[in-house]
Each structure stands twice: as structure tokens, then as C-alpha cells.
Design a protein around this ligand. Structure first.
Ligand SMILES: [Fe+2]
Length: 387
């Protein structure tokens, strides 16, 4: 553990079935009068946006909706959406969706408050003051973006993912409502759930691990191992499992916004920058192989055995290596049970693309917090094993 650590609690988190259409008191308390909704076309078609807009209109004016956010949002999209929002006099942003719409709104609030180009604010702690208020309503469980101080936005020209990190990026209000994930397609429920699992596991073994994030991470891991399968089944009867996944994803988000992520995310960022592979799916594929790599480190091996216990693996009278081997198998089984491919070759990544991905992942900031030093050759080996 660190001699010193900082643990930050920023957004208010509210949970209730039906909350997204019953939050006018909370919205009014934030002080905005002209709300702008940021979402994607899938969420728009599900009818959720109309329901929330109608409910919001009882208290404040909804001046616009931007629904053209793609799966991996980009600088171009953020700047176009911010220009639209500025034109209609927006003073509060309501983001409804998965990580991409939420991160887009985070980028927009930078531009709507500070002006200029998005690239001017890339990096850590560049922002110096509070931004335009933002409400985050996740429709996946998920990225944890509703509580994190990060935004990841693609730079279209250079095929890299840019990171923005600042306490001012955390939304003012996170609204967890299981009704918001009812229409999520099963493959997205699975991929985003594996993203949440990766956040919790990487935060727990991170170089920045501390007891508060540890507690949230282990709690999230247990909930995800118990409820992700049911949350991926179609139908309203899974509302309890979907609610548990929203809470677990939010807990994992608080854990990793404080303790950070590691090599799995470095590899997923590189992969998502070059190929149309969902962030959560990339994490799901790399996670078992990075656990195998990191387990060479004795302290981390011990941490993984505790994760194994949270995952429901029998640890009594067994070696740490056996428990971690079972953990790796259990993670792959969970992904497979949820209908996800477990090999990189079953995605859009060609075998001759692996070297470039290893080089790119080596430059990713997430690698800095991985518990075991990973050289480009190590990353290439992980990529080959995953392929
Ligand atoms: Fe992630």
C-alpha cells in the first residue's frame, strides 16, 4: 500500500427504479435552466430520450438533443456537439448513454466553459475551475464514466485515444436507474459488464491501490460474478440483476478513478484506436492474459487470490497458483456464458496488426499503474497469446 493516498468522492450518486424520469428536484438544485441532451442513436431509438426529455420539461427547458455520438467518440464529434449546444444557450448538460455519450458530454463541458479546441486540454489536471454542470444517466453497466474524472476521446487523424483527467470532469450527479438498461442488447450488456469487471480487477492490483478503493473493487467483483449472466438475459424479469450491475459498475468506477487501471486498458485503448473492437470486449479478451502475466509478481499473485475468493472460487488448502488459474478460467467462462468471443482472432484484429498494437499500448498512460513492468515484447507476447 502507498504511504500516502488521495481518495476522492465527487458526484452525488442516486439509485432508484424509474429515477431518470423523476429527478426534477435534483435537476433544479443544480441551477441550470437550458438543458442539452447528449446521447447516441441506439438510445434515442429505444424511446428513453423522449421519456426523459418530457419529464425534464416539467422543470426546465430542453433546448437541444445531439444523438450522433458514435461508439468511440472523437474530437470532431465533441467539437460539433459543443458548437450546437453553444448556439442554443445551453447551461446544463444531460448525458444519456454508455461511455461514449458520457465522455462526449465531458469534452463538451470543457469547450462550453473554457472555449478553444479540445486538444488544448488533453492531459492531467490542465483544467483549473468548475465546468458547466452535467448529469450522467448511464444506459450501460458499464464504463463507470458517471463517476470518473476521466474522458477518453479518439483523435481521428492520428488513430489514438486521447485522455483527459481532472476532478472537474466528474459529473455533478450520477443517476442509476435499472429502467435505463432494460433495452440494452445482450452483447453490449456483456461487453460493458466485462469492462466494469476489468476496472475493479485492475484497480485492485494497481500500483495506486489503497484500502478504500480495494473495498469498492472487491464488492464490485463479487456482484459482477453473481449478476452479470442474469443481466445479459433478455426481458424485464432481470431488473434486479441489472440494478446490481449498475451499482457494481459505479463502485468499480469510483475504485478506478482513484486507483487507476493497468495493462488490460493500455492494450484495449490501442486496439480500439486502430480497429472497430468494443472497449469492453477488448478488455474481456485481454484480462485473463494480463492476469497470467502479472501473476509472476508475488504480491500481485496474492492480490489475485483475494479476487478469486470474491469471484466465488474455493481457496481452502490450495496454492495461490491454483486459485489464480481457476480465476482465469472462471473469467473466460463468464465471458463465454455471456456470448462474448474469448480470442482476439474472432474480432476485427488481424494477426499482422499485433506488433503495432504492442508499440501503441506501450505508450499508453494506463500502463504506468500496472503492477508488473511490461516492455513492448511482453505486450506483444500477451497480444499473441490472446490472438
Ligand atoms: Fe474501461
Amino acid at each position: 500500500m502507498q504511504d500516502f493516498f488521495e481518495f476522492r468522492l465527487t458526484p452525488r450518486v442516486l439509485y432508484k427504479v424509474g429515477l431518470a424520469c423523476d429527478m426534477n428536484t435534483e435537476v433544479a438544485a443544480l441551477g441550470g435552466t437550458k438543458a442539452f441532451i447528449v446521447t447516441d442513436v441506439g438510445v434515442l431509438k429505444s424511446g428513453l430520450v423522449d421519456r426523459i426529455r418530457d419529464a425534464l420539461q416539467e422543470t426546465i427547458e430542453v433546448v437541444g438533443v445531439y444523438s450522433d455520438v458514435p461508439p468511440n467518440s472523437s474530437v470532431r464529434v465533441v467539437e460539433a456537439a459543443a458548437a450546437q449546444a453553444r448556439e442554443v444557450g445551453t447551461d446544463i448538460l444531460v448525458a444519456i448513454g454508455g461511455g461514449s455519450p458520457l465522455d462526449t458530454a465531458k469534452g463538451m463541458r470543457i469547450l462550453l466553459t473554457e472555449g478553444g479546441r479540445l486538444l488544448d486540454y488533453e492531459g492531467v489536471n490542465v483544467l483549473t475551475r468548475p465546468l458547466m454542470p452535467m448529469i450522467a444517466i448511464p444506459t450501460t453497466a458499464g464504463t463507470g464514466s458517471e463517476v470518473t474524472t476521466f474522458a477518453v476521446i479518439k483523435d481521428d487523424e492520428n488513430h489514438v485515444k486521447l485522455s483527459f483527467t481532472s476532478p472537474y470532469l466528474a459529473p455533478e450527479l450520477a443517476v442509476l436507474d435499472p429502467e435505463m438498461t432494460a433495452t440494452l442488447p445482450a452483447h453490449l450488456a456483456a461487453a460493458t459488464g466485462m469492462d466494469a469487471l476489468t476496472h475493479a480487477i485492475e484497480a485492485y492490483v494497481s500500483t495506486e491501490q489503497e484500502p478504500m478503493s480495494d473495498a469498492l473493487a472487491l464488492g464490485a467483483i463479487e456482484m459482477i460474478s453473481n449478476h452479470l449472466r442474469d443481466a445479459c438475459l433478455p426481458g424485464a424479469q432481470n431488473e434486479f440483476a441489472r440494478g446490481q450491475m449498475l451499482i457494481a459498475s459505479c463502485m468499480a468506477g469510483i475504485a478506478f478513478t482513484n486507483a487507476y487501471v493497468g495493462a488490460v486498458h493500455a492494450l484495449a485503448h490501442a486496439t480500439g484506436g486502430h480497429y472497430p473492437v468494443h472497449h469492453g470486449l477488448a478488455n474481456s479478451i485481454f484480462l485473463p492474459h494480463v492476469i497470467h502475466f502479472n501473476s509472476e509478481d508475488e504480491v500481485t499473485l496474492e492480490r489475485y487470490t483475494r479476487i478469486g475468493r470474491a469471484f466465488g472460487i474455493n481457496t481452502g488448502g490450495r496454492s495461490r497458483e491454483e486459485v489464480v488459474a481457476d480465476l482465469i478460467a472462471a473469467i473466460q467462462q463468464l465471458a463465454a456464458d455471456c456470448g462474448l468471443p474469448i480470442r482476439l482472432r474472432d474480432t476485427d484484429v488481424p494477426e499482422d496488426g499485433l506488433e503495432l498494437l504492442a508499440e501503441q499500448a506501450f505508450t499508453d498512460g494506463a500502463l504506468f499503474h500496472n503492477p508488473r513492468l511490461a516492455e513492448p515484447e511482453d505486450l506483444l507476447q500477451i497480444l499473441r497469446a490472446a490472438w
